[in-house]
Design a protein around this ligand. Structure first.
Ligand code: ADP
Ligand code: S3P
Ligand code: MG
Length: 167
């Protein structure tokens, strides 16, 4: 089994589900946002405000390129699917699980913290446009789609393990 990449929109639960899945499978887990923060010594929101989104996207690609071939879980930032090279890198080196969730559920979660620069000061309508614009890219790059709406974290972890025949 190769790397398991978790993709999906901001607030879909990638970082959280990845932690629980890692515990369940006893696999290491890496979060691209956390790796970028460790590497740069800066918070994601600082990188966006100091250098812009484009620089952040380059850092995401660098992070994917640095990954070794050992089995692990990689939880990605919601925009990782924007660059074709990222979609190719993930698909060619692992299994890509798109964590899908209804936008209304996601929006409620996004209201809980203000650490996401692409959400801060945006209306619900504006973020929904971003969500809809990205959906085809999540679909195109996914090897599996897991619907997470109204499911507990435990149910989602079980479902992923079952779909990948890892339990
Ligand atoms: N299935 C779920 N049910 C309820 N809350 C969830 C679920 N998945 C994630 N959350 C919560 O949603 C918020 C966003 O999750 P997070 O893992 O940061 O998402 P992402 O990494 O996709 O942006 C967190 O507060 C997390 O606890
Ligand atoms: O969707 C995006 O473009 C982003 C998602 C964030 O990660 P999460 O999806 O884990 O919130 C983080 O990478 C950055 O704020 C940009
Ligand atoms: Mg995350």
């Amino acid at each position: 089994m190769q790397t398991i990449f978790l993709t999906g929109f901001m607030g879909a639960g990638k970082t959280t589900i990845g932690q629980y899945l890692a515990e369940h499978l006893q696999w290491p887990v890496y979060d691209t946002d956390q790796l970028i923060e460790q590497q740069t010594g800066q918070q994601i929101k600082e990188i966006f405000s100091l250098y812009g989104e484009e620089r952040f996207r380059e850092l995401e690609t660098e992070t994917l390129l640095k990954k070794n071939n050992q089995p692990c879980i990689v939880t990605t930032g919601g925009g990782i699917i924007l660059k074709p090279i990222n979609r190719e890198l993930m698909k060619s080196t692992g299994t890509v699980i798109f964590l899908r969730a209804d936008f209304d559920i996601i929006w409620e979660r996004l209201l809980q913290d203000d650490n996401r620069p692409l959400v801060k000061n945006k209306s619900k309508e504006e973020v929904e446009i971003l969500y809809n614009s990205r959906l085809p890219l999540y679909m195109e790059s996914a090897t599996h789609i897991v619907d997470t709406s109204n499911k507990s974290i435990d149910e989602i972890v079980q479902q992923i393990a079952h779909r990948l025949r890892l339990n």
